[in-house]
Design a protein around this ligand. Structure first.
Ligand SMILES: Nc1ncnc2c1ncn2[C@@H]1O[C@H](COP(=O)(O)OP(=O)(O)OP(=O)(O)O)[C@@H](O)[C@H]1O
Length: 451
């Protein structure tokens, strides 16, 4: 039987259940050309399609897209192409950026119950484990690529992880396939290419089954990683903090170190953040946990900041800069805040308003109650010091009359000049449940003295 057997492919896919379209990630290279061809011969229970991503990085990119479209037409397969406009942020490699953008584009194409099939094979799996090993990864990294994982509304499936590159080449030659050779696959300054062209061939001269045995190690690591995650899932439930999505510092400190690290890794992954390297992870489970209650420690990396407030540990997308402008606001229209801080809407207020950030002052949160410093009000509302400079403070325009702290409370005072309701929506911390969506705008309390 062929290593790349259409009947077996169909059976493997049928075992996944469902009837949504099965999309091949079709670059036009040898591997995905062989996969697509084999699938056209397979008795599939799902309709077949092909997606090509045009990264626009090589002069020939347009010609590749045309090649893929023509081949799909000849095979009678539905074809979709997506062009990417890539601009990697400073510090991120073009390859990593292109890969992330590619998977985002795949994710957007996938409908509910649909599958995306990539042509990753046995040698790719061995290379992935070796790359992880050279980065010093633990079992999660050494598990390399899973055969099936969620992607967008569907799933990412790698049906060729048991098939070697030479078997794919045999298949392609036997069926006289026509594929594209991407010259960037030959460039030895890319780590993966160096492993592919020099390291693995050398290993195979001594250990001919090296790719197979290395890929087997990846499967052992995947099993170990799943067991660790299962235990970490139980621990995670036990150390959940009072605020949704946070962890309790005291409960986490009660776990032994390896369990703490496993919990933090799982906690970050479940929230869609990347897992930091060992040094940062160590700082989270030691420094952050040991910090004084009034300190504002932070451990930050590419897409995430882990911060502490009181007994809670929070994972957040990096906090925006504090807006330094005063925003004039005529009630009636919504006010779009800068830095992705969401939107304010006010009802019942007639006078012109102003929004400021990060200023001090005093507020009377309850009519007839005493005045308190903003710091005190924030403390009572449980707003962490690192969030406070980003909370919109509402003033009557051109005055120092503070009438509301968005998401927290109204400020009541005689001659407030404004009273109504303030809605703050669309800010990035909705899931934390720290801020109320609606709060009052200060109203006159009578006889208590202006602020
Ligand atoms: N431009 C593309 N359009 C559609 N599918 C692609 C494209 N590039 C790669 N793929 C899919 O991804 C598989 C792996 O490709 P490749 O080995 O070049 O990826 P990589 O850059 O190493 O990253 P990763 O392995 O994480 O996808 C291919 O077999 C193919 O199925």
């Amino acid at each position: 039987m062929d290593a790349l057997d259409p009947e077996r492919l169909a059976a493997d896919l049928a075992a996944l259940g469902g009837r949504g379209r099965c999309w091949v990630a079709y670059s036009g290279g040898l591997d995905s050309s062989a996969l697509l061809h084999a699938l056209t011969l397979a008795p599939l229970t799902r309709p077949l399609g092909a997606i090509h991503i045009d990264h626009g990085l090589q002069p020939a990119a347009r010609a590749w897209r045309v090649h893929c479209r023509e081949h799909c037409r000849a095979l009678g397969v539905r074809f979709v192409a997506r062009a990417l406009a890539l601009s990697p942020p400073p510090g991120e490699s073009l390859e990593a950026h292109a890969r992330a953008a590619r998977y985002r584009a795949f994710g957007r194409v996938l409908g509910r119950d649909e599958l995306l099939l990539t042509a990753h094979h046995l040698d790719d799996q061995a290379e992935t484990l070796l790359l992880a090993l050279l980065r010093g990864s633990g079992v999660h990294g050494l598990a390399a690529m899973p055969g099936c994982a969620p992607l967008g509304r569907g799933r990412l499936v790698r049906p060729l992880l048991g098939v070697s590159r030479s078997q794919l080449l045999d298949y392609a030659r036997r069926h006289r396939l026509d594929w594209i050779d991407d010259p960037s696959n030959e460039v030895l300054c890319h780590d993966r290419n160096l492993l592919r062209h020099q390291v693995l061939p050398l290993l195979r001269t001594r250990w001919p089954a090296a790719p197979t045995t290395i890929a087997r190690s990846a499967a052992h690591c995947a099993e170990a990683a799943a067991l660790i995650d299962r235990q970490a899932g139980h621990d995670l439930a036990a150390v959940a903090g009072a605020v949704p999505g946070s962890l309790s510092v005291a409960a986490l400190a009660g776990l032994e170190c390896a369990a703490r690290r496993a919990v933090v890794r799982l906690w970050l992954r479940r929230q869609g953040f990347s897992v930091p390297g060992r040094a940062r992870l160590e700082r989270i489970v030691t420094e952050l946990l040991a910090a004084r209650a009034d300190a504002s420690p932070v451990v930050a990396w590419r897409d995430c900041e882990v911060r502490r407030y009181r007994d809670g540990l929070y994972a957040l997308t990096p906090l925006p800069m504090m807006p330094d402008e005063v925003l004039r606001w005529s009630p009636g229209a919504a006010l779009i805040l800068p830095q992705g801080l969401g939107e304010l809407q006010v009802t019942g207020v007639e006078v012109a308003l102003e929004v400021r950030f990060g200023v001090g002052g005093q507020c009377r949160p309850r009519p007839g109650g005493s005045r308190r410093s903003l710091k005190k009000v924030f403390q009572e509302a449980g707003v962490a010091p690192w969030l406070r400079p980003l909370v919109p403070l509402l003033f009557v325009a051109g005055t120092d009359r503070l009438v509301a702290i968005a998401g927290v409370c109204g400020c009541h005072q005689r001659d407030a000049g404004a009273s109504g309701r303030l809605r703050w929506s669309g800010h990035p911390w909705g899931a934390l449940g720290v801020f109320r969506e609606i709060c009052e705008v200060g109203r006159a309390t009578g006889g208590l003295g202006a602020q």
